[in-house]
Design a binder for this molecule. Structure first.
Ligand SMILES: Cc1ncc(COP(=O)(O)O)c(C=O)c1O
Length: 396
């Protein structure tokens, strides 16, 4: 049945109005000033547990200075697509830095992480090819599959038997690409790279890892999933964003020189969309340098993750299989999730509910993001608030 557009718009707006009237609308909150471990909203200080600023780099003095210097040198925009008049020295420097950071031969950047996934999948996979994705892969990977025209199948989340079942029946395809999130953005667990790599070799598939949430997070020095597992060279195509731990904007693909050159001359988002502002490129370069120069941030993040998770688990909260700074607090029912969210927000915790259909039915949750710059007191205070709220609602 086709629903008139006006009806769909009305229904959504009524639902949102009801949430606002009940003071249970937690989205589009406007932050005064920079986002950090603590933020000010409507004059009230809150502890931030909803941002991707995992290493706390947004206000880093060296990175801010690099951004200011880049504006002085390059102005505000590149005024063109990369292929024609939109490439500057700073774009080339960023791509060389990313390639080195990821241990790849070369890299190419795009205007967002979302667009990067569309670019990779639509350029590398077409009608007659097969893309295999994890059921919990990011929306941009699913959209890329749909846009590419390639056949696509999804395996059960991080379930290697399910992946192999698809691969066993993939004999008729010449080009097969397995794509997975290195760290899953809703569950906070890590992809099983050793097994994916083994299966890819066995069945002649290539693999692409989306490292949106693993750069600066996974591996002793924050270089990502290959470092985490000690499997250098296991990933064929490294994808990542410059919008999370690296607090700029944009996305990248890194891999073999010839592959990157192919993308630079064939991917439509590179050819038909304007280049990153030079300031975004300069910011990203400085961030990657800081990640390498200040490993203590990663150590601190790990310490904070441990404190937060141990605290929640010992109270009886279910934090699923998270092993990273993304910590789901599984509640189940939407009503309970919204009640808990309101209670902890009222007490000064900035956190968002993640509701169906963004995640599977019945797995409504709050999603907490731990930062390296949270203090031990921030985490203790948050745990105390979660404990009191959870007990009051009978959730723990
Ligand atoms: C796993 C994953 N991939 C890609 C993206 C898109 O990145 P961006 O926000 O830079 O467009 C996101 C964003 O949340 C993500 O979580």
């Amino acid at each position: 049945m086709v629903i008139p557009l006006e009806q769909k718009i009305n229904e959504l707006n009524q639902r949102l109005k009801k949430m606002k009237d009940e003071k249970r609308y937690f989205y589009l909150k406007s932050i005064d000033g920079a986002s950090g471990a603590r933020v000010t909203i409507d004059g009230r200080e809150m502890i931030m547990f909803a941002s991707y600023n995992y290493l706390g780099l947004i206000t880093h003095p060296k990175i801010k200075k690099a951004a200011i210097d880049a504006i002085e040198e390059y102005g505000t925009g590149a005024a063109g697509v990369r292929l024609l008049a939109g490439t500057t020295k700073i774009h080339e420097k960023l791509e060389a830095k990313i390639a080195k950071f990821k241990g790849a031969e070369d890299a190419v950047t795009y205007s967002s992480g979302y667009v990067t996934n569309l670019a990779a999948i639509t350029t590398l996979c077409q009608r007659g090819d097969l893309v295999i994705i994890d059921k919990l892969d990011h929306a941009s990977i699913i959209d890329g599959c749909l846009l590419s025209g390639a056949d696509h199948r999804s395996y059960l989340h991080n379930d290697m038997e399910s992946l192999e079942r698809i691969l066993v029946n993939s004999g008729k395809y010449i080009n097969k690409l397995i794509i997975f999130d290195a760290v899953y953005s809703m569950d906070g667990d890590v992809a099983n790279l050793p097994e994916i790599s083994r299966l890819a070799k066995k069945y002649g598939a290539k693999i692409m890892a989306d490292e949106a949430h693993s750069i600066g997070v996974l591996g002793k020095t924050g270089h990502g999933i290959e470092e985490h597992f000690g499997l250098k060279g296991a990933v064929d195509i490294h994808m990542g964003t410059l919008s999370k731990t690296v607090p700029s904007i944009g996305g990248y693909l890194a891999g073999d020189k010839d592959l990157i050159n192919y993308l630079k001359h064939n991917s439509r988002p590179f050819i038909f969309s304007a280049s990153l502002p030079p300031v975004a490129a300069a910011t990203a370069i400085a961030c990657l340098e800081v990640i390498e120069d200040e490993p203590e941030r990663i150590t601190n993040l790990q310490k904070n993750i441990k404190q937060f998770k141990n605290g929640l688990s010992s109270m009886g909260y279910n934090i699923m299989n998270s092993t990273t700074c993304i910590v789901p607090i599984l509640i189940g029912e939407e009503e309970d999730t919204l009640k808990l969210c309101k209670m902890v927000n009222d007490e000064g915790i900035f956190i968002c509910p993640i509701l169906f259909p963004a995640i599977p039915k019945g797995t409504n949750r709050l999603r907490a993001h731990v930062q390296a710059t949270h203090t031990s007191e921030d985490i203790d205070k948050a745990l105390d608030i979660f404990e009191r709220a959870g007990k009051k609602l009978g959730l723990i």
